[in-house]
Design a protein around this ligand. Structure first.
Ligand code: ATP
Length: 437
């Protein structure tokens, strides 16, 4: 079995097998140094030229191209002069397991490399530590949030992404051919999360793909992204939902800070800030007033009752100035701007919220309407009554009051690391003009 770089010190003076990429070859007069790397770090191979037995190894390594992969049998020895962990491998056998062609760009210096080229060659782009770190941070954040939910007795579910009716909003849905009929790609697991609650699980979550047929070329929209969605029962108000989201984000960010905080600061220049509770909460109407008074911002007519990208940016500025908080909840959106399944109170006031972080919306959440008659009324108002008939049935046989939210995981990662767009953030970006690799 291959020994990883980070395990080598446990094998001093032993013969081991090491496999990895060729990072660099330094051919000196008396000795050849080869730097190899794997996912855990770099190690030096030292091949003395004076040793007759090394002739074959030297022949192999003088031909090898950078980024080829090799399998080495050798002895791990300690050598204080070696910068890479104070140890080196003295090889007795080297085999080139895959030969690399000359690379289309230098992944160690991505400045000036077109983002489309980087996406075309994503697997090379990823060889830059910055880009593997993005994946590890996102994984760590997910792990932290998942653990928090397990500890709080949530059950992870997996709902279908192929669906038979274009439901939630009607627009922005991808149609797919499904044998001899039409099917659609799910825009969110919303309905199925709620179905699980109607089924008696009282706390559920799902981390999975979400599809949106939005032709928007912004830095924060993709046509496929990862939704981190949850729903839980027996709440008294949407305030309970916001409380839970605070705890969830704090739990996730804490794990990231602990494991990667220093490296994130070093590579991305961003500090991982653990927010304190409660995050500030403001009514949309009051926020408009603040944005007007402070920054002379007027919400355009078509966006009244909602936010737009510029308002979100200014809201961040306001939240920092007023509350020294990177996060801010906005409540009291217009019911007309929100999905039919968000609850309204007896005066028609919407029982939902958005959460803005560092100037971008990361979540929509709400208490959901669980009362069948009300739900039918809301769906009909939006002209969706027929489309969502299957969904409405979930609420006819008893369903507890409940609420939940959906976080765009990709956006969360983008904002956490201060990345310019989802093109850089997503493992494989999907947008209106990109379906490969
Ligand atoms: P926006 O107004 O920014 O388009 P939305 O109101 O359509 O977002 P929701 O339907 O509430 O978003 O989805 C929940 C979360 O999913 C959002 O808060 C956001 O973080 C994320 N999200 C929504 N659309 C996209 C997208 N096209 N690409 C990436 N993330 C998205």
């Amino acid at each position: 079995m291959k020994i990883n770089v980070n395990e080598l010190s446990n094998h001093l003076n032993e013969e081991i097998i090491f496999s990895g990429f060729v990072d660099a070859v330094r051919d000196k007069k008396w000795v050849m140094f080869v730097i190899l790397r794997d996912a855990t770090g770099k190690v030096q191979l030292t091949i003395e030229k004076s040793e007759e037995a090394n002739k074959t190894l030297l022949d192999i390594m003088s031909e090898v191209t950078v980024d080829s992969t090799v399998r080495v049998v050798g002895k791990v020895v300690s050598n204080e002069a070696v910068k890479l962990g104070g140890l080196e491998i003295i090889p007795s056998k080297i085999e080139v397991t895959s030969e690399a062609l000359p690379l289309p760009f230098d992944y160690n210096n991505l400045d000036g490399v077109n983002i489309d080229t980087r996406m075309d060659f994503k697997w090379l782009d990823m060889r830059n530590r910055r880009n593997t770190l993005i994946r590890q941070v996102e994984s760590c954040l997910t792990e932290g949030m998942r653990s928090f939910l397990y500890e709080n007795h949530f059950t992870e579910i997996h709902s279908p992404k192929l669906i038979g009716t274009a439901s939630e909003s009607g627009s922005d849905v991808f149609e797919v051919k499904y044998f001899d009929r039409e099917a659609y790609l799910a825009q969110s697991p919303q309905f199925y999360k709620q179905m699980a609650l109607a089924g008696g699980l009282d706390r559920v979550f799902e981390v999975g793909p979400v599809f949106r047929a939005e032709k928007s070329n912004t830095n924060r929209h993709a046509t496929e992204f990862t939704g981190f969605d949850l729903e839980f029962a027996y709440i008294d108000s949407y305030e309970d939902v916001m409380d839970l989201e605070e705890d969830l984000l704090i739990a996730g960010l804490k794990v990231v800070k602990e494991r990667y905080g220093d490296e994130i600061l070093e590579i991305f220049g961003k500090e991982v800030i653990i927010p304190t509770k409660p995050f500030p909460r403001i009514k949309l109407k009051d926020l408009y007033q603040q944005l007007h008074d402070r920054y002379q911002f007027e919400i355009p007519k078509e966006d009244i009752g909602d936010m737009n990208a510029e308002a979100e940016k200014l809201t961040y500025k306001f939240a920092m100035e007023e509350y020294n908080s990177e996060f801010i909840f906005i409540v009291d959106y217009a019911a007309t701007k929100r999905p039919f399944y968000h609850m309204r109170d007896s005066e028609g006031k919407l029982q939902g919220y958005d959460l803005i972080w560092r100037g971008t919306e990361i979540t929509s959440g709400a208490q959901r309407e669980h009362r069948y008659e009300e739900l039918v009324k809301n769906a009909n108002e939006k002209g969706l009554g027929k489309d969502v008939e299957f969904y409405l049935q979930f609420f006819q046989y008893g369903c507890p009051p409940h609420g939940g939210f959906g976080i765009g995981l990709d956006r969360l990662t983008m904002l956490l690391l201060g990345l310019p767009s989802l093109k850089e953030t997503q493992f494989l970006f999907r947008g209106p003009n990109r379906l490969t690799p």
